[in-house]
Design a protein. Structure first.
Lengths: 209, 224
């Protein structure tokens, strides 16, 4: 049975899922949701699919999943025979989960800033930008230590779903008026990610790196 | 108002400006692009494409040229526009030129002098060889507060000595740390730190110094 993704092309969270589907060479059916200006994700019809009224949603063989991070775990667990994108080794697994939670938590401040600037969301933009900078600093400190150790990726020697989950809203930060001047290790990690085979850009992210 | 005094300011660690990359930085309120061709030294330019004003730090490097992300105009070393993709047969006039600043790599740090007539010497920290990069940290305080914080920080017995306005040297138990001080704007200062000596040779020691610099940042930002 085909994989079906409820998707919006400008959504960084949907982009996480599209990226991994691409890295894993998976075919899928794309069901576009009119996020803006229609706000289709907040309709009764869509809430029957996801009561939280959020995208992405993924359907796969009778399973319906919400939350980009959960979807990444599902896809890697089921389809990545190499085990590299979701390593099961005890010294890596927990770290991947930790940074996945960070991507769905603290890092979403960068998404909030972008929703404000791009789609006119009514929210406290100064707080959003301040929190996004705090999250970027934590990721940059981590990637700086990784660089000193000779590593490139957030966890281990191969990109994982932690990198996939952290990439979109970091790469899209300028959409929310957040510059990356203070984060050299983070910039170099972004560039390495964009050089991965099968990397696919989206609107707001350069195809050239 | 952005100032451009005649002095050398460290803007990045050499090792963190990768071949074939363009990077943003702010120096005394001036936006700059620090970029490197596929090989060779780093270049520091005004972060502005002469065509439509797009930031060149958003650009990308191809065939030794920095290309603007907006219309792909390509600028070669020295700043002259050498390629306009929409007019492939046109030799761009010499008047189309990015604003190039003086830049030097020394001690593993990339320095720039934004002055229109740069004469000042680079900070003198002795021989160029043997410096290992530790990391850059950006502190959300102005330069004076950061210098005060450098002086009062616990360096593990080391002493801080300023080398001119833009750098400081810390000697701590057989190890020298060189700190380039970058005024970003009224509320932020960048520190680019390299080390020399036995205590900087292995990654574990450099990790420990990187952590110490995070603590330095925290201690300065904790002061009101």
């Amino acid at each position: 049975m085909a994989i079906k993704l409820y998707d919006y092309s400008l959504s960084g969270s949907c982009y996480k899922v599209r990226l991994l589907l691409g890295f894993l060479d998976l075919e899928y059916e794309r069901h576009p949701i009119g996020f803006y200006p229609e706000r289709e994700h907040r309709t009764e019809t869509f809430r029957a699919i996801n009561p939280l009224g959020q995208i992405p949603v993924l359907e796969d063989d009778g399973i319906r999943l919400r939350d980009a991070q959960a979807i990444l775990c599902h896809l890697a667990n089921k389809y990545d025979m190499s085990g590299l994108w979701l390593p099961r080794a005890p010294e890596l697994y927990g770290l991947v989960m930790m940074w996945l939670m960070f991507a769905g938590g603290e890092l979403m401040a960068a998404s909030a800033a972008r929703l404000h600037d791009l789609l006119g969301y009514d929210l406290d933009i100064e707080t959003a930008r301040r929190n996004a900078h705090a999250a970027f600093r934590i990721l940059d400190d981590h990637l700086t230590r990784r660089e000193i150790e000779g590593g490139t990726w957030i966890v281990g020697d191969h990109p994982t779903i932690a990198d996939v989950a952290c990439f979109p809203y970091t790469a899209l930060s300028n959409d929310g008026g957040i510059g990356l001047e203070d984060y050299p290790a983070l910039r170099n990690w972004l560039r390495s990610f964009m050089h991965l085979p099968k990397f696919d850009a989206m609107s707001g992210i350069s195809e050239f790196a | 108002m952005a100032e451009r005094p005649d002095r050398w300011i460290g803007v990045a660690l050499d090792r963190q400006i990768k071949p074939g990359s363009s990077n943003p930085a702010i120096v005394g309120g001036n936006a700059i692009a620090v970029w490197r061709a596929e090989k060779g030294p780093a270049n520091v330019w005004e972060d502005r494409c002469p065509h439509r004003g797009m930031r060149l730090s958003f650009g990308f490097v191809r065939d030794g040229m920095l290309r603007c992300i907006y219309h792909g105009w390509g600028y070669e070393l020295g700043g002259h526009c050498a390629s306009i993709p929409a007019h492939p047969d046109l030799a761009p006039p010499k008047t189309i030129c990015a604003n190039v600043y003086r830049s030097e790599e020394r001690y593993g740090i990339i320095w720039t002098n934004l002055s229109e007539s740069p004469n000042a010497p680079l900070p003198d920290a002795g021989p160029d060889q043997g410096w290992q990069s530790i990391r850059s940290v950006y502190v959300a305080r102005q330069v004076a507060a950061v210098k005060g914080g450098l002086a009062s920080f616990d360096w593990g017995g080391g002493r801080v000595e300023e080398i001119g306005e833009g750098a400081a040297l810390v000697n701590a138990g057989g190890l020298s740390l060189l700190i380039a001080i970058q005024p970003v704007d009224e509320s932020k200062t960048g520190l680019h730190v390299v080390a020399k000596g036995e205590g900087a040779k292995d990654a574990k020691a450099r990790l420990a110094w990187a952590s110490r610099l995070e603590r330095l940042r925290g201690s300065i930002e904790a002061q009101s």
